[in-house]
Design a protein around this ligand. Structure first.
Ligand code: SF4
Length: 313
């Protein structure tokens, strides 16, 4: 369901003056090729809490992503625009194919099948950056790290460290809430084999750049889950006006870098964290204690007036 404010924003004009189509204008291309599949996707505006509505402008190219991201007047409108993007043909085809074919265990559930927008506090002290949504996790539920085993692992730690209301995140309407934190993916659409291509990462980058810019004045900590997120966000931090150390520190679990933030006359702490992928958690490369170390460190840094970490066990 979209908000009235979201719907009030008119479709954007691109730099050459040509109108960028709204969601309703592109409805005919919701499912690639197979017309019989069109009815399997939930129409824009009809998902619980859908940030977009029929009037939300839809990016169909890298140039349109750049324009619509940079011109979004509010975080709510930015999120709405992210959620209907169709700029990467390979990823659009994959996310919708997965949403239509579905995994056997979820075959009776509707899938989101769209880009996963940023989610959480509008004035976050902590930003958590992941790689991309999972095909049957975020791409199914419509919320990042929700409905898959990586999310189970992650949210349990966020709860223990005082960043989440509940230890699980299973659906868009499960009552979960981030506390002073926000989550985003460097690439917003589920990619085949969890591997976005460099061009797709670059096409999607303006969404993250704009989101960073809108929350930077409150940010104290950024946690990057995995080396992809660490590398993807680095150039974008500079574009947001943050002053970066040189050379770029290598990614590692617990690696840190301090970024001067002229917007807040302070520093943002960037922390590396191994991704809680099934492979990493099954093999013990990342453990609950290791995640807790990172998010406790983030809590202490982001809340300097506290005597210690806020824990819930
Ligand atoms: S990956 Fe990003 S730019 Fe590409 S279609 Fe998805 S939201 Fe749009």
């Amino acid at each position: 369901m979209s908000t009235g404010d979201d719907n009030a924003v008119p479709a954007a004009e691109d730099r050459t003056g040509a109108r960028i189509p709204a969601a309703e204008d592109r409805a005919g291309s919701l499912v690639p090729a197979a017309e019989e599949r069109a009815g399997a996707l939930v129409p824009v505006g009809e998902w619980p809490g859908d940030p977009a509505g029929p009037g939300t402008p839809v990016a169909g190219s890298a140039a349109e992503v750049a324009h619509l991201a940079a011109s979004a007047p509010t975080l709510a409108e930015l999120v709405a625009r992210q959620s209907v993007c169709r700029a990467c043909p390979r990823l659009v085809a994959w996310r919708e194919e997965v949403a239509v074919v579905r995994r056997r265990s979820f075959r009776d559930e509707p899938y989101w099948g769209r880009p996963i927008p940023g989610w959480g506090s509008e004035r976050p002290r902590l930003l958590i950056v992941g790689l991309a949504p999972a095909a049957h996790g975020g791409n199914r539920t419509g919320r990042v790290f929700t409905g898959d085993r990586s999310g189970d692992f992650l949210f349990a730690s966020l709860f223990r460290c005082g960043w989440a209301e509940k230890p699980t995140s299973v659906s868009i309407d499960d009552g979960q809430r981030l506390i002073g934190a926000r989550m985003v993916a460097a690439v917003r659409c589920a990619p085949p084999a969890n591997k976005p291509e460099p061009a797709e990462r670059d096409t999607c980058a303006p969404w993250l750049t704009a989101e960073l810019g809108l929350v930077a004045s409150d940010l104290r900590v950024i946690v990057c889950l995995g080396g992809f997120a660490w590398q993807a966000i680095w150039p974008l931090l500079g574009r947001c006006g943050l002053v970066l150390p040189r050379p770029r520190p290598a990614f590692g679990h617990g690696a840190e870098a301090r970024l001067r933030n002229p917007q807040a006359e302070g520093e943002i702490l960037l922390i590396g964290c191994y991704h809680p992928s099934q492979q990493n958690t099954f093999t013990g490369r990342v453990t609950p204690a290791m995640l807790d170390d990172v998010f406790t460190r983030a809590q202490v840094y982001a809340t300097p007036e506290t005597d210690g970490p806020v824990t819930q066990r």
